[in-house]
Design a protein around this ligand. Structure first.
Ligand code: ZN
Ligand code: ZN
Length: 420
């Protein structure tokens, strides 16, 4: 069932203001778990809708929109930027800087498009508060910090989120993506990969570069580990299963004629299925340990840096949302897709309650741009939607139509009919 025209008309009337709001967020990104000004701007906007936002999990903002009896549902938007220098050339491009946890000062950019999530989320809140006669129940709006570091959703739950707001029976969320604006993609079942990041410190024995007999060379050992790790995906994972293993950093040594004492390498693993994840992680640990033994070196230290949980779209719920998106946006604008190998901490909200969650993608580039080839995808310094009105309109309509599968007046009257 499509959204009521009172709501879509109101969205069109406010679209110019919404684009302005988006530009303000785009120009002022903040790093993960440091979204102080962003949180303030979100809270003040929610207050202007007559809501009483709460701070949860440091820089998270939550607002409860109550509207009589009915189901409780939650909608999540993430709010952080990335340590990337913007190269879009837009007149509202970011020139912001931030300080990383290690003290490095870095340019900051909304290079993952979370500014579109914030803006669409705020517009959804505005429309829900202004059109109360079109729906019934409670919508919990979750503005989550720290998605890029997998810290924010857990921080909100650990800060007592579910003791402070009504518990939803389903949680919805969305992400902007570099496809054609006006269209959405959704997976039924697994939506995004689990991710595990490990830091491995390989211990050798330091000596003069001319005296290998006195050394255990951690560079040679580290190199063997890197090479052998390439066999995990190719030789231990079934062809029908997905796994990606990338060694992204390898640091060792200070001078060419010193065999150093240690080498540090960091690796990132993506999988879709819990049993494949276990299998890959245990192979990785076995190889690290076995190569160290072969080199006569002490056991390396393996530190879990951080991990993203599974982002799984409950199959029944996702089929309902797929139908709702199709009814609202049209059949040609909705594609059922395979899961993506990127990761998200969105799943934490639904999983912490044991309720269904559904996550989909709304696209951000004009058709002509997609045809030519987009200037960059998420996390690129060139990534920014170039058809902002269509992108935001689609994000708002997609979010509201998902929420309305449970709290919309039409959904409730058809449920009542079924019950009778
Ligand atoms: Zn991202
Ligand atoms: Zn993102």
């Amino acid at each position: 069932m499509a959204l009521p025209s009172t709501i879509t008309d109101s969205l069109e009337e406010g679209l110019g203001a919404l684009v302005e709001l988006y530009r303000e967020f785009h120009a002022a990104p903040e790093l993960s778990m440091q979204e102080h000004r962003t949180a303030e701007a979100i809270a003040s906007r929610l207050r202007s809708c007559g809501l009483e936002p709460q701070t949860v999990g440091g820089t998270g903002v939550v607002a409860v929109i109550e509207n009589g009896d009915g189901p409780v549902v939650a909608f999540r938007a993430d709010t952080d930027g990335l340590p990337i220098e913007e190269a879009t050339g837009l007149d509202y491009a970011s020139t912001a800087t931030g300080t990383l946890p290690d003290g490095t000062v870095t340019p900051v950019m909304h290079a993952c498009g979370h500014d579109t999530h914030i803006s669409a989320g705020l517009e959804i809140a505005r429309l829900l508060t202004q059109h109360r006669d079109e729906w019934g129940g409670t919508v919990v709006m979750l503005f989550q910090p720290g998605e890029e570091t997998a810290a924010g959703a857990s921080a909100m739950v650990a800060d007592g989120l579910w003791d402070r707001v009504p518990k939803p029976e389903a949680v919805y969320g969305q992400h902007v993506w570099p496809g054609t604006a006006g269209t959405v993609n959704i997976s039924v079942g697994t939506a995004m990969a689990m991710a595990d990041s490990l830091r491995v410190t390989v211990h050798g024995r330091q000596a003069h570069g001319s005296q290998p007999e006195n050394a255990i060379d951690p560079i040679v050992l580290g190199a063997s580990i890197v090479t052998r790790l390439q066999t995990v995906v190719s030789r231990e994972v079934a062809g029908s299963d997905m796994a990606v293993l990338t060694v992204g950093t390898f640091h060792a040594g200070t001078k060419e004629n010193i065999i150093p004492a240690r080498a540090v390498l960091e690796l990132n693993i993506r999988t879709f299925e819990p049993d494949v994840r276990e299998r890959v992680l245990s192979a990785v640990r076995r190889i690290i340990s076995g190569e160290a033994q072969a080199a006569g070196a002490p056991e390396p230290d393996v530190e879990e840096m951080y991990g993203f949980p599974r982002c799984y779209n409950d199959e029944t719920e996702a089929a309902d949302i797929l139908a709702a998106l199709t009814a609202e946006l049209g059949e040609d604008s909705v594609t059922e897709t395979r899961p993506v190998t990127g990761s998200e901490d969105f799943g934490v909200f639904a999983d912490s309650l044991g309720v269904p969650g559904v996550f989909w993608f709304f696209n951000g580039y004009a058709a002509a741009t997609v045809e030519k080839g987009v200037p960059g995808g998420n996390h690129s310094p060139f990534f920014a939607p170039d058809d902002v009105p269509t992108t935001l309109r689609t994000g708002v309509r997609a979010g509201l139509s998902a929420l309305f599968t449970r709290v919309g007046r039409d959904a409730q009257s058809s449920n009542a009919q079924v019950a009778q």
